[in-house]
Design a protein around this ligand. Sequence first.
Ligand code: DGJ
Length: 694
Amino acid sequence: MIQCWRLDDRRQTLVLGSHRKHLAEVIYWGPRLPDDEDLDTLFAVHAIDVTGGMLDLNPELSVSPEATRTFPGQPGLIVRASDGTQLLTKFCLVQAQEEPGRLNLFYTDENNGLTYSARFAINSRTHVIEAQAALESDEPIHLHWMSAPVMPAPQLSDEMIDVSGRWCGEFQLNRTVWSPGVRFRENRTGRTGHEHFPGLIVPCRGATNTQGQAYAFHYGWSGGHKMIAEELPDGRRQIQFGHAEHMEATPKKQFETAPLYITFSDDGLNGCAVAFQRHLRDEIVQMPQPDRERPVHYNCWEAVYFNHDLPVLKDIASRAADLGVERFVLDDGWFNRRDNDTRALSDWEVDPRKYPDGLDPLIDHVHSLGMTFGIWFEPEMINPDSEIYRAHPDWALGAEDQILGRNQKALNMALPDVRDFLFERIATVLRKHAIEYIKWDHNRVLPMPDADQTRGSYALLDRLRAEFPHVEIESCASGGGRIDFGILERTQRIWLSDSTDALERLKMQHNAALFLPATVTGCHVGSRKCHTSGRVLDMSFRAWVAAQRHMGIEMDPRELTDEEAETLRQVVSWWKQNRGWMMNADILRLESPDPAVIAEQQLSADHARFVVFAGKAATSSQIAPRPLRLTRLDPHARYRINLINRDRAVGLSRGTQTLKTESVDLSGSYLMNHGLTLPWSFPESMWVIEGRRQ
Ligand code: DGJ
């Protein structure tokens, strides 16, 4: 007997089918199918042929391909009994629960005492499908590997794009050509990692940012993931995502994958990007005060590092407020003898040498300037040179003689005592002071991947959020080492990178927008000479790059010249005027004909206005700028186009371009099919163009 199920939104259809109660397989995923499509017929025609050298029937590429069906590729589940014997599963459908937008399939394997479920939920507003798998066992078993429901990858695709990176160089895109065999990525660092953002995009042939078909995947888990993108010998392709292998240290009776977020787009990579941006912003992230505008942020790390001196910090706070800052964050260095990064992590008590009257004098000063106050913690870490380590060396995770990372070990977050201790210390600081923001850092990889560690961190965050719902939390891990939808269920901002080099940021932000909306993506104006790259950049460029996302400042304001301060003030003021719509806008990556230009268009939710940021990342090979095509406008509407920073045109831009002197009205059709011809500019500069529908 054939059974089929479908999930639809306006732009996509997902069809699963099975016969004889076998595990279902995705038999169609792509553009919306007609309502009256006969699914049984789809199932019948879906099968690929058999020829010499093949089995007599092709094993299903099911939601969890099974070795017992002689599946010729990587299985979706690998489990062992508690004595180590491999359990070869053979699941049989027991129930299919269908309700609008949801499908839950339940299977049993009676011989092995197992129950498996695959759950799908489609969000018709964001176009993201959440897919999750769970396993239950009568007896405790070892889980080696479990994939979230396995998806097919398109055949008309020549390559896949996944994401790697490094400290100060997050969100680098890798393109890998499809070929028989496996593209295998596994992150065994125990945190999401700079190196392994858990995302994948599979564009169909010819897809660009703005057109064509693409499929995208994101695994919402902070403990390290495994991805398999496999082309089978018969040509079929499968995508698997799950926790890194062997993350469950002990035999258990219940297991669950994290949600796998997937989406299909028929309008380019931007279709996937916008789906993820909206889904994260509107369905996952819970802002403490959703109606509050995102405050302009200041972080003192690169201004003072560990040298906390109250008069200096007060002076910095006053200068930050004068620039338009609305939230002041005190970074590392405020607690027990923390004068450098060799000691004191986990001793979360205010350092009386630096703050003899506690934090209140600083907090009161910050408040008197109209700003709110935030503070840095790195809860999951401990320095061997700390009071807590001396009292509880057994709280540290991993071997006694392990290699340290930034002179620190990770705490064992699976231990309730550790979580209670951290909760009490953090809660004490929060209860005693008017603090509305935590920068939550995580600067060391774990000695080994361990799902209990991640669950322990989540539990601590959940407990703190329940008790302090007004506190916003930023996820930082040496910059962008813990960015994923799992941590963002519990936090509201990410520190994309420790690099405040605007040129590096321009590139990173462009790629991160494939998954992340502006409202969670912190970007700060750094020092004139960047502390992590040594590059010297103009204030206008630094400020506009920060204005592309949740804007902040992270530098010593005492270094600012009057001119720099005025430029910064103006951009902060522009950002404040526009954040209301920009923080809810779609970020659209533009297709730039000039590889030196990295450009994006932020389009308001009502499509009535937009802003284009065209960053010049290098010197162009041709002499004059090439027109930049915009996207997603109404071809029949007219838009007033205003180059708002035209005063930045340099002397070498000698032409008489209209945009340099006035606004112009142009049709959406012209803007999308010819594009905007911008003035000549220096590298490391940014043009900012506003558009308003007339
Ligand atoms: C690493 C973070 O990424 C920095 O922004 C800063 O908070 C330091 N840790 C503090 O130690």
